[in-house]
Each structure stands twice: as C-alpha cells, then as structure tokens.
Design a protein around this ligand. Structure first.
Ligand code: G3P
Ligand code: MG
Length: 250
C-alpha cells in the first residue's frame, strides 16, 4: 500500500521527460513534459566517479553528449563541459547533464510526481541507492506527490526499502520471468514495471492478482496504449505524453 496521503502515479508518465521532443533526461525534457500536460516523469539516476547522483541513462557518455567514455569514470566537474542537447537537435545546444538535485528542484517547483529509476554501475548498488535517496530525502517536500523508486537491481531496491521506506518501490523486470514474485516480495515492491513488448493480458492479470500495480515501458503508439489500459495496466511510460494524455481517462 501507498503511505497515507500519497496519490497513485499518473496513468501517463513521461519517459526521461518528454524525450520524443526534447533531449532525454534534461531539464528541457522535464519542462516540456509539464507544458504538454504530463503530471509525472520517469528518469534514470547514476553516480559519477566522485559519487554525485546525476540524471543520465547510458553507462557511456557517447550517445547523448559530445563527450565520451564511462560516466562512472567521469567526475561531476567534467560533465559541466559537455553538451547534452546538440545530439538531439541543434535547437537544444547548451543543454547540460543535470544533477539529481537540479531535477528534483525543478519537478517539485512544477508540482510533478517522479519515478526515479536507480541505474547502479555494477558493484555500486548500495552507494547509488543510499546517496540518491539521501539527496531525495533532503530535497523532496513531504507534501509533494510521492516519489516512486524503481530499479532493475534488487540490491538497490533493498537499500531503498531500508533507507526510504516511505516511498513505494517498483521492480523493473523486462519480461515476467518465473522468479518475479520472489523478487517483488524480497524488496516489498508496490509495482512491477514490465517491457510492454514482452507482456500479454495474462501477465497483467497475474501481477494484478498478486496485489501489485502494473507499469509498462516504453509505449508511444496510442492504439497500443489503449489496449494495455484495457488489460488493466495502471501507468504507461512513454516518450510521447502528448500522444497518450487525451486517451488516458482520469
Ligand atoms: O523505467 C522504465 C524504463 O525506463 C526502463 O528502461 O532502459 O529506458 O531505463 P530504460
Ligand atoms: Mg529508465
């Protein structure tokens, strides 16, 4: 169950911000998600080599910045020199890789809810969860919408359960393998986050019957989204919130 006073996540969650129309995981992408009418965003958190949580998806800098190499071997100070917008569109030149602090400040100013996906570098599960959640605990106003803490990493979620039990946890599974129930029980998950491509109606029913919420990623096709909601999916994580919001109902 959600803590008292917490409302459930929105039916439409903007994946890495409005990443279909702005460079993913940047302040512009989160602002645009808000402008488009989304009430929740999903984003990825990783640690720099000096242990600072930043909002970034890949393990390497190459795809989404003009830098290169592993983020986990890069200090925060070096990220300030990198352009994280130009690769997407020259109109976004000058966009930076944001820190977790910057993103949470912006989201709480805009009154948005957030699904923080912890993406620990292998072997750094504990510190990624501990540091990210301690930053979130300090910054996130108690009266704001809830944070939903998700991860593919069971160890990161176990730390989240221990250090921030007030925030619900989502287990990101990809496909629903045989062990999903045990894994969800271990971390006392609230929701199961499935790859929509690997999910069918029976899988949705199985998760709902077991008492968990079902979130899916990443769905940009409106017809597919309606189909998933019909199966009972609670929230859809999408790069194109503008395409799904009018279909989402309440
Ligand atoms: O959190 C859902 C989804 O974002 C998980 O996959 O690779 O897009 O972070 P990925
Ligand atoms: Mg993610």
């Amino acid at each position: 169950t959600l803590p008292p006073g917490f409302s459930a996540p929105a039916r439409v969650i903007a994946h890495r911000g409005a990443s279909g129309s702005a460079p993913e995981n940047t302040l512009s992408a989160f602002r645009l998600a808000h402008e488009l009418g989304a009430r929740w965003v999903e984003f990825d958190v990783r640690l720099t080599t000096d242990g600072r949580p930043v909002v970034f998806h890949d393990d390497h800098l190459d795809r989404t910045t003009d830098g290169g190499g592993p983020l986990a071997e890069t200090p925060l100070s070096a990220l300030g020199d990198l352009d994280a917008g130009q690769w997407f569109d020259p109109a976004f030149a000058g966009e930076l890789v944001p820190t977790l602090e910057e993103v949470l400040d912006l989201l709480s100013d805009m009154g948005m809810g957030a699904n923080i996906e912890l993406k620990p570098h292998p072997g750094h599960e504990r510190e990624t969860a501990e540091i990210s959640l301690s930053v979130a605990r300090e910054l996130w106003p108690p009266e704001a919408p809830p944070l939903l803490i998700s991860s593919f990493s069971d160890s990161a979620l176990a730390v989240a359960r221990d250090v921030a039990p007030q925030w619900p946890r989502g287990l990101v599974v990809g496909a629903l393998a045989d062990d999903w129930r045990d894994r969800a029980a271990q971390v006392a998950a609230w929701s199961i986050h499935c790859d929509a491509e690997l999910l069918n109606a029976r899988g949705v029913a199985e998760v709902l019957d077991a008492g968990y919420r079902v979130m899916v990623y990443t769905v940009n096709d409106p017809g597919r989204a309606v189909n998933l909601w019909d199966w009972g999916v609670d929230s859809i994580i999408t790069d194109r919130p503008e395409a799904l919001l009018s279909l989402a109902g309440s």
